[in-house]
Design a protein around this ligand. Structure first.
Ligand SMILES: O=C[C@H](O)[C@H](O)[C@H](O)COP(=O)(O)O
Length: 225
């Protein structure tokens, strides 16, 4: 199976996982990226079985609406039942790096508001220690160089993702060369830097369940399985 087939398989597994949990008033948090797109396309078939979706990006909102799925503002909901999204890296504790598609801040908000976070990823995303994928950090534009200097002091090499402006008007620094052995601590530490909007570590709020696409089928993993 190629990577796209693995993404399609985990998207289908996620649809099978959520289907029995759906109710007429369910509001779903929906992520961003190529794996989430497979999920959104499959979700169209279930649209009569839930109320609405909150999207973690303008791109996902557009795709959801294209399938006739009602997209709500998070502020107009009373929290989310489920959040389904991909990741750039995951470790055995289901701590993640996200933000390869620059949607990290809205993703983190949607994850925070959700009762259950279902992560969908192919096996190329599974690592022992987070940090092989450069850690995205969203920053207020005027703070870009200041934040970059502070991130260098933490031992990483921040690279400005030129030409990218997030849905929030922020910029992205991708921090290379980190070996993240204490993800919660680093997540807090980076968020303390003035000018940082948020960083792509999802350790303080990790995934609750990981559907991992492998050559031998989709595995269902919980933290430290
Ligand atoms: O900002 C983007 C998100 O964090 C994505 O969930 C992440 O980059 C994974 O994307 P993909 O499913 O395309 O590998």
């Amino acid at each position: 199976m190629n990577q796209d087939q693995l993404k399609l398989a985990v998207a289908q597994a996620a649809l099978d996982y959520i289907a029995p949990k759906l109710a007429a008033n369910s509001v779903l948090g929906i992520g961003t990226g190529s794996t989430a797109n497979f999920f959104i396309d499959g979700l169209a078939a279930l649209k009569s079985q839930f109320k609405s979706a909150v999207a973690s990006s303008e791109a996902s909102a557009k795709r959801l609406r294209g399938h006739g799925i009602l997209v709500q503002d998070l502020n107009d909901t009373n929290g989310l039942d489920l959040y389904i999204d991909g990741a750039d890296e995951t470790n055995a504790n289901l701590e993640l790096i996200k933000g390869g598609g620059a949607a990290l801040t809205r993703e983190k908000i949607v994850a925070a508001a959700a009762k259950e976070f279902v992560c969908i990823a192919d096996e190329s995303k599974q690592v022992e220690t987070l940090g092989q994928f450069p850690l995205p950090v969203e920053v207020i534009p005027m703070a870009r160089e200041y934040v970059a200097r502070e991130l260098s002091r933490l031992g990483g090499t921040p690279i400005y993702r030129e030409g990218v402006i997030t849905d929030n008007g922020g910029l992205i620094l991708d921090v290379e060369g980190l070996s993240i052995t204490a993800p919660c601590e680093l997540e807090r530490q980076i968020n303390q830097i003035t000018g940082v909007i948020t960083n792509g570590l999802f350790a303080l709020r990790p995934a609750d369940i990981l559907l991992l696409g492998t050559a031998s089928g989709v595995k269902t993993l919980k933290a430290s399985d």
